[in-house]
Design a protein. Structure first.
Lengths: 161, 436
């Protein structure tokens, strides 16, 4: 059995004493750190075994990371293996001019499946904490075609108005 | 992918122990050494806004506000940001503040040492947005102060203060909740970096508590839009203890945080006779300087540097700070109608009464190159204008010092910084700058 690498984790007593919103952010940061340190992938059980986090907590966070495209999962037999979603080649922030608290970050990613454009929607909450609200990944080869489709969709919408 | 919120430090130039680095915090970029002004009231902050947004001074682009002052200084301005009001010449009233928030570094300091130093205790108890343990502590101290006689109260407070931090160090639930709430407040006031609430270090035990709080705070800051710094508040004589000093430096060398903030309470190394004291700080600065050379992506910030601001910026600190008057002691200013003026050459404050002699051969004008200072006639200036001008002059002088240090580093002549101190009235501080 291969042992996974994990970053320094606070003792259980400290983690459970955090406010729920702080704990959520912290656990997510640790899980992201674990994904980064283990490019060969990790499972829910491996993370739960090496940290003090419950299986359900780990699974919930991994699912969220997959939903926001920060991670992706692959079924290997009856086990789900999670990976960090590629290496960032380039990134840039685009501020949403209609809302000062919303930012879109554009990433160029590379992973074993190829090159991708990844757009992440980030929002600041009332206490200026950053929350990833969602994400979309587009194959780099299809990105320009996607833009054309999007443009035509947006302009089509305007004509409807 | 949250790495993008982490500070990026790029060392651009180095001359022996001194360096120029570019620090990027989100969209904000500054060159070091840099000066941040501690503002203690609404009007000082207004002056800081004017200096940072209306002048070309590049090395004073930011400010420090203590948490218990933030509501009055920043809170009201943030509330005004939601409205658009025009002034007489058609500018948005809060435009300067908006520009300040967008372009400069704002540090909201929890300043929890004031739970020990009593001067600002009533201000803690006035602000209901503060965490419950702090409010409770402040209120209890204030009520006990009335109850007990003046000889008993200091002993009680000393014990209660120690108990407060000991209890917090053991009670993870209250402590972690308090840290989270303090961070929420700092971010609500738009702080660019997060500082944890730590005690002023007066003993080995309090050092251990500070380290614990710093470590937990790193974890609690996860997912927030600002980087959490390692923060230590140092009572001036505690660093004479070599063991404690080494423990501090050891911690700073192993912590992964990129921003290290050290605050020096009531530090004054200019007093004659404090030989051991000066040697302790000389050693600390050298250790920090080695640390910075080894870990080039770390930024060292010194708060409340007082007269030590110049040598600290030369040797160890990328960012330095003092209050707008230059005095960091709480009771050292505010007396007399006309406050003293900081002499850029002597590097000390000159009482207003003595300025007559200095200005006599200069048509009653100040011996200073700032356009603002050249306009002042000291025989006719009124007290309000004088006190505003001397504050702005102090900050502009700090900008000049930072520019001077940057130029010396670029020209590979950092030894000139030592000469500058030798020719000043604080020449004994030259020992803080290494010869080679």
């Amino acid at each position: 059995m291969v042992t996974i690498q994990i970053p320094k984790v606070l003792p259980v007593k400290e983690v459970v004493s955090m406010r729920p919103q702080d704990r959520e952010h912290y656990v997510e940061k640790i899980i992201l750190g674990i994904l980064e340190m283990n490019p060969r992938g990790v499972t829910v059980s491996e993370i739960a075994r090496k940290t003090s986090f419950y299986r359900d907590t780990v699974a919930k966070h991994l699912e969220r990371l997959v939903a926001t495209r920060e991670a992706y999962s692959v079924m290997r037999g009856n086990v789900t293996v999670y990976y960090k979603n590629g290496q960032v080649v380039h990134a840039t922030d685009v501020k949403d001019t209609t809302s000062s608290d919303r930012t879109y970050t554009f990433y160029k990613l590379e992973n074993e499946d190829g090159k991708f454009v990844y757009i992440q929607e980030k929002e600041l909450d009332e206490f200026r904490s950053v929350r990833v609200r969602g994400g979309i990944m587009i194959d780099a080869r299809y990105a320009l075609q996607f833009l054309k489709e999007l443009q035509s969709f947006v302009l089509g919408d305007r004509r409807d108005e | 992918m949250s790495e993008r919120t982490r500070p990026i430090v790029t060392e651009l130039e180095r001359d022996r122990y001194a360096r120029i680095a570019e620090l990027q915090l989100g969209d904000k970029k500054i060159l070091t050494p840099h000066f941040l002004t501690l503002t203690k009231n609404y009007y000082e902050f207004q002056n800081t806004l004017e200096l940072t947004t209306e002048t070309n001074a590049q090395n004073i682009r930011g400010g420090v506000v203590r948490l218990f002052d933030a509501k009055k200084i920043i809170g009201t301005r943030l509330a005004d940001l939601t409205q658009s009001r025009m002034d007489a010449i058609g500018r948005y009233v809060e435009e300067a503040f908006r520009t300040f928030l967008d372009r400069t570094i704002l540090v909201v300091d929890p300043a929890t040492e004031y739970l020990f130093y009593e001067r600002c205790l009533p201000r803690w108890s006035d602000d209901r947005t503060l965490p419950a343990p702090i409010l409770e502590y402040a209120r209890k101290c204030l009520s006990k102060k009335e109850e007990l006689d003046s000889s008993e109260y200091p002993k009680w407070k000393e014990a209660y203060h120690t108990l407060f931090w000991n209890k917090l160090s053991k009670d993870a639930h209250s402590r972690n909740r308090m840290i989270g709430e303090i961070f929420d407040l700092e971010l609500a006031y738009r702080s660019t970096i997060l500082l944890p609430p730590v005690p002023v270090i007066r003993s080995k035990k309090l050092m251990e508590i500070s380290i614990l709080i710093n470590e937990v705070s790193q974890a609690i800051s996860a997912g927030r839009s600002a980087e959490c710094a390692s923060y230590f508040i140092i009572q001036q004589s505690i660093l004479d203890d070599e063991e404690l000093r080494d423990e501090l430096v050891r911690y700073l060398s192993r912590t992964p945080t990129r921003i290290v903030v050290l605050k020096f309470k009531y530090l004054n190394l200019t007093d004659a006779g404090r030989v051991t004291h000066l040697a302790s700080y000389e050693s600390l600065l050298q250790q920090l300087s080695f640390l910075k050379e080894a870990a080039k992506d770390k930024v060292f910030v010194g708060l409340e540097n007082g007269y030590q601001v110049f040598p600290f910026a030369v040797v160890a600190f990328d960012i330095v700070s003092t209050s707008m008057t230059g005095y960091d002691g709480d009771s050292a200013y505010g007396h007399g109608e006309y406050g003293s003026w900081f002499d850029p050459e002597l590097m000390v404050h000159v009482p207003f009464e003595d300025l007559g002699k200095i200005c006599r051969n200069n048509h009653n004008r100040l011996p200073c190159g700032h356009a603002m200072c050249e306009r002042i006639d000291i025989t006719s200036v009124d007290a309000d204008s004088w006190n505003t001008s001397r504050r702005k002059h102090y900050v502009l002088t700090m900008n000049d010092y930072m520019t001077m240090i940057q130029k010396a580093i670029r020209d590979r002549k950092i030894e000139l910084a030592r000469d500058k101190l030798i020719n000043s009235d604080i020449s004994r501080l030259k020992k803080l700058i290494p010869r080679a």
